[in-house]
Design a protein around this ligand. Structure first.
Ligand code: ADP
Ligand code: MG
Length: 238
């Protein structure tokens, strides 16, 4: 699903140059559930953004779903992102004042589906995350945990192969955080490859595999490691 080869990402020039990532090589197989852990500033978000094709590496190679990201033009990159990758962030990023069902339906705008079809799919996704009774609530009428579940529903409504979550429990209380993690487990069990950044060591320890980052380097890969065979592109990018 993901292969990184000697990936580096730096910012700025000369004496102010920051090496956010240095020489990261790893792979994630389809169906894995992987925690990314490490201190603040260790390069976790940079890593996830590169895998999510929101950013390009300064050096090395990123392969996602069989595609070398550096060989795709912007249009194909957008298509890969839209069809194959879902994102969840710490701060939900929901449109304020918009009903849950419409926030989720917006995740399908790229598909060309009719509005009613999108809303149908959105309602189904909200049921899937346990919010079938909150379809018409607006963001400010939902709790933090519920907002994050709406954000997850939006991320998975298009049925992505890869779900990337950057500290999805960071802004939540323990109980809501546990529900969000349970949801990620369920999505993984139904076939979605999941990578989740977390500060919560207990949470991370409960996941099958942990990538440990320090000072921009991958310093430990703990837990089971599935055998990765070269993934082949699953769809033609339009
Ligand atoms: P983490 O998510 O582990 O907290 P990040 O990946 O966000 O860490 O950042 C890694 C390092 O790269 C940090 O030192 C950060 O300050 C730096 N960094 C991240 N983004 C930028 C940027 N756009 N410009 C300059 N430095 C950045
Ligand atoms: Mg971060």
């Amino acid at each position: 699903m993901v292969r990184l080869t000697a990936v580096g990402r730096s910012y700025g020039k000369g004496p102010h140059r920051v090496h956010a990532l240095t020489d990261v090589t790893t792979a994630v197989a389809p169906g894995e559930l992987v925690a990314v852990v490490g201190p603040s500033g260790s390069g976790k978000s940079t890593l996830l953004n590169l895998i999510g094709t929101l950013d390009r590496p300064s050096s090395g190679q990123v392969v996602v779903d069989g595609y070398r990201v550096d060989e795709l033009d912007d249009r194909k990159l957008s298509a890969l992102r839209a069809h194959r990758i879902g994102f969840v962030f710490q701060q939900f990023h929901l449109a304020a004042g918009t009903r849950a069902v419409d926030n989720v339906a917006d995740g399908l705008l790229y598909t060309g589906m009719s509005r009613s079809r999108r809303r149908e799919r959105a309602a189904a996704a909200l049921h899937r995350v346990g919010l079938g009774h909150r379809l018409h609530h607006r963001s400010h009428e939902l709790s933090g945990g519920e907002r994050q579940r709406v954000a997850i529903a939006r991320a998975v409504v298009g049925d992505p192969a890869l779900l990337l979550a950057d500290e999805p429990t960071g802004a939540l209380d323990t109980r809501s955080g546990a529900m969000v993690l349970e949801l990620l487990r369920e999505l993984n069990a139904s076939g979605t490859t999941v990578m989740v950044i977390t500060h919560d060591t207990e949470l991370a320890a409960s996941l099958p595999r942990r990538l440990v980052m320090r000072d921009g380097r991958l310093v430990e890969d703990a837990g089971i490691t599935a055998t990765v065979t070269g993934p082949r592109p699953a769809l033609e990018l339009e």
